[in-house]
Design a protein around this ligand. Structure first.
Ligand code: UDP
Ligand code: MG
Length: 315
């Protein structure tokens, strides 16, 4: 199998037949062995009926249906789990991504040995205020924090080596940062290809203004987890000890001053250093405890994927 095409969708009944026909024609004219994996993320329209109909007529199409809307990340994850093609391509179901790009993406992975190639919607057909400008900010922040040099992290159209999708866990709303997940899993050859983008033909976008806040919070999470997720004590413990030492220093100074140098001076509670010392020691202890609890949690997650194997011999 050359290609698995993974398509998450929510209420895209008008687009599915057209999308499917288009992909099949591209696959056939390039003589690919392929599968199309459609993941219905809890649609309430007729999307699933259309998928069933497509599967009846086409051997190469597979479908997964979620019980309710779990989100694009979960849908992608479910598709990645069953994909078997050497190259896995993701795309949106709304006809905004162009299937004609797939052969070139395939080549970049197979011949130029990229781990993943992300589409870049250089000329974008979405609303300026709610999409294009916020996404410029996202992409800038994601580039800065992750050091992955991409212009467009959240393009629906991407291609991966099979082992990449098998070794990353896309959950929550992390589909926006799949290139960062890949890099954190050790797949560092990440490329970019300018792709054609169309305006949404049917239906409307599923991601509103809240994606602005959620996306930036996720970015903080992902860069934090990548760095300290497996060793929270190194961050919180250090901060905690640092704060505590500052607080303790002030307390020591006040104590010596009161006992030996200036016993008849101002009351301790009238001196600003007293409050600095108190808060710093309390916050320091809190930080330290946060690190400690974090460590306990990390250690109790036994069955989680924590490494990526690059080769195996003689198993
Ligand atoms: N989608 C999904 N689950 C969701 C939201 C969206 O599977 O909860 C799918 C949607 O059907 C589409 C793709 O994710 O195929 C991208 O969504 P959309 O086109 O609304 O995003 P935009 O292009 O506006 O960023
Ligand atoms: Mg779209």
């Amino acid at each position: 199998m050359n290609l698995s095409i993974v398509i998450p969708l929510l209420n895209e009944e008008e687009s599915l037949q057209e999308l499917h026909d288009w992909i099949v024609s591209v696959m056939q004219s390039n003589h690919f062995l392929y599968e199309i994996i459609l993941i219905d993320d809890g649609s309430s329209d007729d999307s699933w009926d259309i998928i069933k109909h497509l599967i009846e007529k086409d051997q190469n199409t597979r479908g997964i249906r979620f019980r309710k809307n779990f989100g694009k990340s979960q849908a992608l994850h479910a598709g990645f789990k069953i994909a078997v093609g050497e190259v896995v391509v993701t795309m949106d179901a709304d006809l905004q991504d162009n299937p004609e790009e797939i052969p070139e993406l395939y080549q970049l992975i197979m011949e130029e040995d990229f781990d993943m190639v992300s589409g870049w919607k250089k000329k974008r057909y979405d609303s300026l205020l709610t999409k294009n400008i916020p996404s410029k900010i996202f992409n800038w922040a994601a580039r800065k924090t992750s050091k992955v040099k991409l212009h467009d992290f959240n393009c629906g159209l991407k291609a991966f080596k099979l082992e990449v999708v098998k070794n990353i866990v896309v959950s929550g709303e992390m589909h926006r940062y799949i290139p960062v997940l890949a890099k954190n899993a050790g797949f560092s050859k990440i490329g970019e290809k300018v792709v054609q983008h169309q305006a949404r033909k049917y239906g409307k976008t599923k991601f509103g203004a809240e994606r602005f806040i959620n996306g930036l919070l996720d970015l903080i999470t992902i860069s934090f987890v990548a760095k300290f997720g497996k060793r929270p004590m190194h961050l919180f413990g250090a901060l905690g000890v640092f704060m505590f030492i500052i607080g303790f220093g002030f307390a020591l100074y006040l104590g010596i001053d009161k006992l030996f140098i200036n016993p008849t001076g101002r009351l301790l509670s009238e001196r600003p250093q007293f409050y600095v010392s108190l808060t710093a020691m309390i916050i320091g202890t809190q930080f330290f405890l946060a690190g400690f609890i974090g460590e306990i949690m990390v250690r109790s997650r036994v069955n989680e994927l924590r490494y990526t194997i690059s080769e195996e011999l003689n198993l």
